[in-house]
Structure formats: structure tokens, C-alpha cells
Write a protein that binds this ligand. Structure first.
Ligand SMILES: [Zn+2]
Length: 345
């Protein structure tokens, strides 16, 4: 049995760092969780739609914790032009995130149709920026669209975007279904996919009635979960870690009020690498850890780094019940449970 894992500069290719006091609380947790590079989501209030604002946000993050490399993204919206894309690229901004309207936190300004963005996608393809897709279509009872088929119904959009822009690098974010895994496998090398640790362990039965396990896209069936595990076990280089770590204050996760739904999001940043190691080991994929949390994603994003190494040691870690700073608090995933790995600092 292994008791030590060395990983070259682990990277989390999908993380939410929020604003204000919550940002101050959660940003230092990235490094504590063993991660060296964070791809930061732009769904702030208001969303990040300009190069200037993205750079300002990056500076705010660097002031809080300069020990992490932050890759920045823009929020796809009608105000983004091909000129803005060129400006963003020159300023080192890496990608553009698309949220379908209203499906998750701060997505009210999300997209309804991709066609108006074709000139933007063309500019992204030319300069080499990445398109990140929240791959769900909005629920629509009249057409029988709901949280369980929203991802599968989105896949035709992914396929047509890829057919139209074959050189545009596209990441289908936080896949949750066998259908999504099969679709990404089938498409060309410019299409990749992030997988969260929580979707490797949760199914519908874990979040129905348990608000701290509730996130979007929702965890699906045991068979879907097996497909996610299997593609990591196979060592397919199109699939890599994006935690979708998404903090919400405790009161927003567990309101116990009939008229106020709980927020969608699972928080994993402070325990991320130990959590991934624990989960991968549970289905026999521990050997895939360096590829899944570093090599594959870094290669796709052209951000390879072999200068830094992070070591995980086999030792029991108790996940804290909550984390707080000043007035802010957040409950991590699996609070109170034990993991078998710690980050060796
Ligand atoms: Zn997200």
C-alpha cells in the first residue's frame, strides 16, 4: 500500500472564489488544499465581462494569497466583442465561461442561444482562448426538461459548437452523466471535460434531503457515477480535475424555510487534494492521481509546470465542521468525516 504521492504542481481548473469577506475566507484555502493553480470562475455580482475587471479581481486575489497562480476568465455576455477577446488574450486571460440562463448561482445573465456569439467564438479560436461550458439547458416543464436530463439535452449544442469551431478548445465543465462522458470521448482533441470529486461519490440519493450535498448539475445515478470513475481509471487525458468548489454561507445552504430554496454548491477547496486521493483510492485509481490533478489539465490549458511538487502523505485527516473568518462561515464537503491523506507541508 502506498503511503506517499508526489504530484507536479496540482491544478484546479474550475473554482469559485466569490467577493468581499467570503473571498478573504476561501482564497487561502486553495493552497491549504494542495493546489498551486486555480482557474477562477467569473460569476460574481455583477459578472466579470471586461479585461479590466478580470485583472482587478486577479490583483485582489493575489493580495489575499500570492502563493497561487490564478488563471482568469470572462463571463460570456452580449457585451463581449471580438475586440474584447483580443484585449483579454493579450492581458493573459485564459477563457470565457458560458452559463445557460438561470441554471446556477449568479447565472441570471446567462446565454439563451449561441449563434449571436459566433464572432466571439471565432476570435477565441483565432487567438487560442478556451470556452468553458456549463453544460445544461434550463429546466422547462412544458418540454419535460428537468435537472436529470438537462445535461444530456445540452450535448447536441456541444457537438455543433465543436463542428463549427473545430480548433476552439472547449471544456465541458463538471460532467455528471454517462452520456456526457461518451460524447466528450467521441469528439476531437480540442474538447475536454472537468470532473469534480463530489460527483465521483454522490448520487441523487445523497442530495435529496441533504442540502450540503446539493449542487448544480445535480449528482445523477449510480451508473452515471461509475462512468465518471471509469474514465479516470482508464487514464483518458481529456478528463481532469475541476473541483467546482463553490462556497455559500451556512445560512444559504440550510435555511429550513419553506419559501427559500437552499443555494447550489459544494465546498471542497480546503481539503481538495486529500479528498481526491481518498476518493480515487476508493475505486482503485490512486495511480491516476498525478495525471488527473495536474498533467492532463495543464497540458490542455498549455500551462505545464514541473518546477513545483506537492506531496501527499497517508495520515488521518478530520474534515472540519465549518471554517470561518470574521462574520463569514462555510461548511466543507463531508464535514466531520475522515480522509486517509494529508498535504505534506
Ligand atoms: Zn461552477
Amino acid at each position: 500500500m502506498r503511503d506517499r504521492i508526489e504530484i507536479p504542481a496540482p491544478a484546479d481548473f474550475h473554482v469559485h472564489l466569490r467577493q468581499g469577506p467570503m473571498c478573504s475566507l476561501v482564497t487561502p484555502h486553495i493552497r491549504a488544499g494542495g493546489i498551486c493553480l486555480a482557474y477562477v470562475m467569473p460569476n460574481l455580482t455583477p459578472p466579470i465581462t471586461t479585461t479590466e475587471r478580470a485583472l482587478e479581481y486577479k490583483t485582489e486575489l493575489e493580495v489575499i494569497d500570492p502563493n497561487v497562480e490564478y488563471l482568469m476568465s470572462l463571463y460570456l455576455s452580449p457585451s463581449i466583442t471580438p475586440e474584447e477577446i483580443k484585449r483579454a488574450y493579450k492581458a493573459g486571460i485564459v477563457g470565457v465561461k458560458s452559463y445557460p440562463k438561470g441554471v446556477t448561482t449568479n447565472s441570471d445573465g446567462g446565454i439563451e442561444s449561441y449563434e449571436i456569439y459566433y464572432p466571439v467564438f471565432q476570435a477565441m479560436e483565432e487567438v487560442g482562448m478556451v470556452l468553458n461550458l456549463h453544460g445544461e439547458i434550463p429546466s422547462d416543464a412544458e418540454n419535460n426538461i428537468h435537472v436529470f436530463n438537462a445535461e444530456e439535452k445540452f450535448l447536441s449544442h456541444l457537438e455543433s459548437l465543436h463542428a463549427r469551431f473545430p480548433k476552439l478548445r472547449i471544456v465541458l465543465e463538471h460532467a455528471t452523466t454517462s452520456a456526457a462522458i461518451e460524447c466528450v470521448k467521441r469528439l476531437g482533441d480540442t474538447v475536454a471535460c472537468t470532473i469534480t470529486p463530489h460527483h465521483l461519490v454522490l448520487t441523487v440519493d445523497d442530495w435529496a434531503g441533504q442540502s450540503f450535498n446539493y449542487c448544480k448539475p445535480v449528482a445523477k445515478t449510480p451508473a452515471d457515477r461509475i462512468s465518471l470513475q471509469r474514465v479516470i481509471l482508464e487514464g483518458n487525458n481529456k478528463f481532469f480535475l475541476g473541483s467546482d468548489s463553490a462556497p455559500h454561507p451556512i445560512i444559504r445552504k440550510s435555511t429550513a424555510k419553506p419559501y427559500e430554496p437552499c443555494a447550489a454548491g459544494i465546498y471542497t477547496s480546503p481539503i481538495l487534494l486529500p479528498l481526491v486521493a481518498h476518493i480515487l483510492e476508493s475505486f482503485g485509481a490512486l495511480e491516476r492521481m498525478p495525471d488527473f490533478v495536474s498533467t492532463f489539465g495543464r497540458r490542455f490549458y498549455k500551462k505545464e509546470n514541473t518546477q513545483v511538487t506537492v506531496v501527499l502523505r497517508r495520515e488521518q485527516l478530520v474534515i472540519p465542521n465549518f471554517l470561518n473568518k470574521d462574520e463569514q462561515n462555510v461548511v466543507p464537503f463531508w464535514a466531520g468525516k475522515y480522509l486517509n491523506w494529508v498535504v505534506d507541508i
